[in-house]
Design a protein around this ligand. Structure first.
Ligand SMILES: C[S@@+](CC[C@H](N)C(=O)[O-])C[C@H]1O[C@@H](n2cnc3c(N)ncnc32)[C@H](O)[C@@H]1O
Length: 194
């Protein structure tokens, strides 16, 4: 689908609060232009998995680091009803006329001190690409759940942290659950502090 049409459709359904129709735009997760907007397009089952993982541990919201335009975060928020906070770097870019619009209000790391992340919220890293910053965010976080979304072997894409082999720099974190995003070889992994 043409890049502008993808964006137009997402904006339309976003303004109508229709997350279901947004998921249908890239149901097969193979539309290159849709993947420019969001690296992983979950299924409704994946959203249910996330919702259950959060509810099981009584997590009250999600702080997403490196949320990009925040489309995934908006979808999670619309599906679960939980508050989501999204952080990005490079404010100039995200507020320039060249970037895609943000679907949630973005907070910027230059301004916001990330140690202020709510300990009752989970930390989310979706296709994050900076292992050092990942460890710093986790070190400063006082809560108990870290969610990593990214590629497993065979996906052909790379992230740092990787969902099954994150380098936390310490051994307090344990994998407790995971689910594949459709059949993409991308996975959601749930880590809990012991
Ligand atoms: C590959 S993109 C993924 C964007 C989005 N999460 C997604 O799945 O579509 C990685 C994002 O992480 C952001 N990022 C990189 N280092 C960061 C840092 N130290 N703090 C916050 N965001 C960071 C980048 O600006 C970029 O938007």
């Amino acid at each position: 689908m043409d890049e502008n049409i993808v964006l137009e459709k997402v904006l339309h359904f976003h303004s109508n609060n229709n997350w279901k129709e947004i998921l249908r735009i890239n149901e097969k997760s193979n539309d290159k232009n849709a993947l420019k907007l969001l690296w992983v397009w979950p299924s409704e089952e994946n959203l249910k998995f996330l919702e259950s993982a959060l509810a099981e541990r009584n997590i009250q919201g999600v702080t997403s680091l490196g949320c990009g335009c925040g489309l995934l975060e908006w979808i999670i928020q619309a599906y679960t009803g939980l508050p989501i906070v999204g952080f990005e770097i490079n404010k100039e870019w995200w507020e320039s006329k060249y970037s895609v619009p943000a679907f949630i209000p973005l907070k910027y790391v230059e301004e916001e001190i990330v140690v202020e992340t709510n300990p009752n919220f989970a930390l989310l890293f979706c296709y994050f690409n900076n292992g050092e910053a990942f460890r710093e965010y986790v070190d400063n976080y006082r809560g108990n759940m870290v969610i990593i979304i990214g590629p497993h072997d065979g996906s052909g894409r790379h992230t740092d942290p990787r969902p099954f082999f994150p380098n936390f720099g310490q051994s307090k974190w344990h994998l407790v659950n995971y689910e594949e995003i459709k059949d993409t070889r991308d996975f959601i992994t749930i880590y809990i502090r012991s």
